[in-house]
Design a protein around this ligand. Sequence first.
Ligand code: XMP
Length: 321
Amino acid sequence: MKTNEITLQELNTNQFIEKKVKEISSLVGNGIAINALSGGVDSAAVTMLGHKALGKRLKTYFIENGLMRKDEPQQIVKLFKKHGVEVIIIDAKEKFFSALKGITDPEQKREAITQTFYKNVFGELVKESGSKYLLQGTILTDVDETVAGIKRQHNVFEQLGIDPQEMFGYKIIEPLVQIRKDGVRKVAKALDLPPSIYNRMPFPGPALSARVIGEATPEKIELVRQATVITEEILADVAAFQYMAILHNDRVTGMRNGKRDFGLQIEIRCWNSIDARTATPTNLSYETLMELSRLILENVPGVVSVTYNIATKPPSTMEAI
Ligand code: XMP
C-alpha cells in the first residue's frame, strides 16, 4: 500500500491538526484508545492530537523498557503533566531484557522488541483499559526504510502486510504517517508543545538496544547509557540532527595501570540531516572530540577505545543496529 506524502511545503499545520483530530474522533467513536509516549517529537505530537480528540478517553503510557536514557521517564511525565496529560509509567524492564536475552542479530533484536511492545505490553494494556485502538507516531521515513528492507522499524505493520488486529488484537491509528520528521516538528510546534519537544533529537523505538552491537544485556545498556549522558552533554550546542554513542561488541587490547586491559570500544556518531533519509557526519572540532574521548575514558568503566564515525548515510545508516 502506497502512502501519499504531504511534503513540508504542502503541510498546513492547522488544517492537518483539525483533520487528524476529526479522523481520530470518528474512528474511536465513544470508545477508548491508548498510546505510548516516549517523549520523542512523534509520540508527543500524537499524544496531543489524541488528547485533543479524545480527552481523558486517551490513556497515555510511558513504557519503561529498561532501554531508555537516564531519567527519561520522570522528565517526560513531569513535562506532560504541565500540558494537562496524565502519563502512567509501566515497568516492563523484565519483559524486554528477557526477550533480548541471547540475541545478537540486529533484525532479530528489532523483532524481539516489536513483539514485546505490541504483543506483551500493549496487548495487556489494551485488555486492561478496554480499548480497541492504539494510537502511534509512525512517520513516512519509518515506512520507507522498512518496506525497502533496510531496517525493520519497530512500528510498521500494515505496509508489510501484517494486520495488527489479527496479530495483536487491536487496531493501530497512525496520524503522522504522511509526513516526515521536519513536518512532525512543525505540527508539534503548532500543538503548543515546547521547543525541548519539537526540537528534540530523534531517538529510535528500540532505544539504547539499537546502540549496543551484539547482545543487549542490562550491563551493556548501562554502559552505553553512561556514554550517552556524556555525548549528549558535550554535543548539546552542536547544531546537528542527531548524535549518539554506540557500544561495540569486539574488544581491543588496551593498557591500564601498566597492565594489559582487553577493553571496550565506544563509537560516537554525530549526523547532519534534514529528514533522516540521507546524512553526513558533522565536522566536529578536534577539541570537542578529545573532550568526548577524555570524559568517556574516565567515566565509562572498561572503555579503552573511542572513535568518531566519518561515513555518510548511505551506505551507513544512522543507528548501528
Ligand atoms: P537509520 O538508522 O535507519 O535511522 O538511518 C533513521 C532515523 O530513524 C531512527 N530510527 C528509528 N525510529 N523506530 C523509530 O521510531 C525505529 O525502529 C528506528 N530505527 C531508527 C533513527 O534514530 C534515525 O533518526
